[in-house]
Design a protein around this ligand. Structure first.
Ligand code: B12
Ligand code: SF4
Length: 557
């Protein structure tokens, strides 16, 4: 178990241990993958790899994330775990760096031997630019990730090697082939397991650039099949959902300093036995954590949920998606159909867990009233934070095929497939209505009036204060986060988040004492928050929502 407030010495010590463990795991793994270590030194460019390589791993950013006029909190939340996972397979002698263009400037004048680029749909254009640049400079370029898997033919001309699906089987295979001088142009993942996963190279992550450096994934994929989701396309040809061994997952958690964790798993509760064992193992570790789960898991797995809370669950990202049940049928989101959303929220709140509700606008049954209905419902339910998306047909999904067959996909400018722009013809709304309604929903949800109304739905002063601090903190103090990000001090915001989450685990304060205190405290808080809001407005720091074109703050994309 790790300490509560890591000092520098602890961090350095932790990194040393990581290095050591990493070296041991990699050498074990090499034996598994490559029994024959002896390979001849092959000159780079003639089909093989030099003895040791300069390897540059890049997460390219979409243009807006690097703009000096853009408030980039969302892009400074999580480090590039996928690349750090792949880095763990490299040889000890290799010189490996990871550059996340969302949070640091990418140098283009260096001469790496191997460039590894992770491609998301919105960063595809930039990824291809960088790939072409390095190929012109004589580097070997490998492209992989979600977008490459969806559209391999588009990616292939920009790379020496492309990778489809998760990389845990294909990447070590490629490194082995490279050493033997027979690397292939295309690798397709089939063998889905996390059994021999070496500890990810967190030592390559610049922790101080991220608000949530302790993000972690202990599974891949999801047991459900929703039409709009990336996951069917990405995991086709093999298992669609699989987990780490519990002990390995716990060991990975134990390596992380501090208290706060964010599980980025699509559905941490997807395998109830795994989840229960994981939470049992985490009990007593003193962690505070956030994750994603479904309405179904909240309603049907009360025991697992209680274990989660005992082990530190404080906020859950829940995909409600729509308040129109006919839409759920269309999107094959069967696990939500007929579920009592309010009951799920009540259950989470009773356990002291905050809810980050996720909603999608633009489904075929959505008319002009959908925005107000959705926001009002979320505010009345006391949902602490909301994440809205415009329905986006990602290539190679069932949704895309349906839209394409109906001739409704408007263009293929992938930069705009960011769930904030309308890229298809909606059924009961115009594109303008949909885009305007989306921004209005954010504005309306994060108005102080709404935050206050949401807080008032809670029983007791303490939960109300937490609601105000969390919902207000995320949205209304965005400029302050931005300042911390730009001064590369974002990690200093983490203790604030931990403090708020700590309080969320507590049961509501006793009803009578809260009732006695509440009116005065509420009035004072309300006045104070209105003043802060006015001051920020006057200073031009916050607009109504996103005046500066910035993305809404989301804990998940
Ligand atoms: C964390 C996260 C973010 C973070 C940070 C991303 C990061 N630092 O990596 C932030 C908040 C910045 C973000 C932003 C966005 N995100 Co996001 N995000 C995620 C999330 C929740 C987890 C990613 C993760 O860490 N996964 C775990 C690691 C281990 O897996 P991985 O990254 O996929 O890497 C593996 C493989 O992809 C593969 N691989 C990847 N690259 C390469 C390269 C090679 C050479 C090889 C061999 C293999 C390989 O191997 C890795 C190990 O298996 C995913 C959902 C998900 N479950 O993946 C969505 C997700 C990736 N995001 C998505 C979207 C749409 C966005 C946004 C456009 C959202 C928006 N509304 O603005 C933005 C724009 C991103 C951009 N810059 O272009 C979509 C992507 C859709 C698509 N087809 O590309 C996803 C799938 C969410 C969803 N369900 O729709 N996101
Ligand atoms: S439940 Fe979520 S992660 Fe799973 S398939 Fe549906 S949208 Fe994708």
């Amino acid at each position: 178990m790790v300490g509560e407030a890591p000092g520098l010495a602890f961090l350095v010590g932790q990194l040393e241990i990581d290095r050591f463990r990493h070296a041991r795991y990699v050498s074990q793994l090499r034996h598994r993958v490559t029994p024959h270590h002896e390979f001849s030194l092959i000159v780079h460019g003639q089909g093989g790899a030099p003895d040791s390589m300069r390897v540059k791993m890049i997460l390219p950013a979409l243009t807006e994330a690097t703009s000096p006029f853009f408030r980039p909190i969302k892009y400074s939340l999580f480090p590039p775990l996928g690349l750090a996972t792949l880095a763990a397979y490299m040889d000890d002698g290799d010189e490996v760096t990871i550059c996340d263009e969302h949070v640091e400037k990418l140098r283009l004048d260096d001469e790496p031997d191997l460039v590894v680029i992770q491609v998301y749909i919105t960063s595809a254009r930039r990824a291809y630019e960088i790939a072409d640049h390095y190929r012109r400079r004589g580097a070997r370029v490998a492209l992989g990730g979600l977008h490459v898997t969806s559209l391999p033919e588009e990616a292939a001309p920009h790379a020496d090697h492309i990778f489809m699906g998760p990389g845990e089987d294909t990447w070590p295979q490629f490194l082995d082939d490279l050493k033997r001088g027979i690397p292939m142009p295309r690798y397709v993942s089939r063998d889905r397991t996390l059994a021999a996963l070496p500890p990810i190279r967190r030592d390559l992550i610049k922790r101080n650039l991220y608000l949530v450096p302790n993000s972690i994934v202990v599974s891949r994929g999801c047991p459900h099949v929703c039409d709009f989701c990336y996951k069917v396309a990405f995991f086709q040809g093999g298992k669609q959902f699989y987990t780490m061994e519990v002990d390995r997952a716990l060991a990975e958690i134990d390596r992380l300093p501090g208290r706060h964790l964010y599980f980025l798993d699509d559905h941490l509760f997807g395998n109830p036995n795994f989840a229960a064992a994981l939470f049992d193992g985490m009990a007593g570790m003193g962690r505070l954590w956030q994750a994603a789960g479904t309405v179904k898991s909240v309603l049907e797995q009360p025991v697992v949920l209680e274990k989660a809370v005992r082990s530190g669950l404080r906020s859950l990202f829940v995909g409600f998606e729509t308040v129109n049940s006919a839409n759920l049928q269309d999107q094959r989101k069967y696990q939500n159909i007929g579920r009592d959303y309010s009951e799920a929220i009540r259950r989470l709140h009773d356990l002291g867990v905050m809810v980050n509700g996720s909603f999608v606008f633009g489904m075929d049954h959505d008319g002009p009233d959908v925005f107000d209905r959705t926001v009002d419902w979320a505010v009345d339910q006391g949902i602490e934070t909301a994440t809205y998306h415009i329905l986006t047909p990602y290539p190679d999904t069932a949704l895309y095929r349906r839209m394409d067959a109906e001739n409704r996909v408007l263009h293929h400018d992938w930069d705009l497939f960011d769930t904030r722009h309308v890229v298809f013809k909606p059924q009961r709304l115009s594109s303008q209505e949909l885009e305007a309604g989306y921004w209005r929903a954010y504005r309306d949800f994060y108005r102080w009036g709404s935050i206050w109304r949401g807080a008032s739905s809670k029983a007791g002063l303490r939960p109300r204060l937490r609601h105000l601090a969390y919902a207000g903190g995320w949205k209304k103090f965005e400029p302050l986060w931005d300042l911390l990000i730009r001064s590369k001090q974002v990690l200093h915001a983490l203790p604030v988040l931990e403090t708020i989450l700590t309080g969320f685990g507590s049961r509501p304060a006793k009803a009578e004492s809260a009732a006695r205190l509440a009116p005065n405290a509420e009035r004072a808080l309300s006045e104070a928050s209105v003043r802060v809001d006015e001051e920020l407005h006057m200073a031009g720091l916050v607009g109504d929502g996103n005046r500066s074109g910035g993305a809404p703050i989301e804990l998940r994309s």
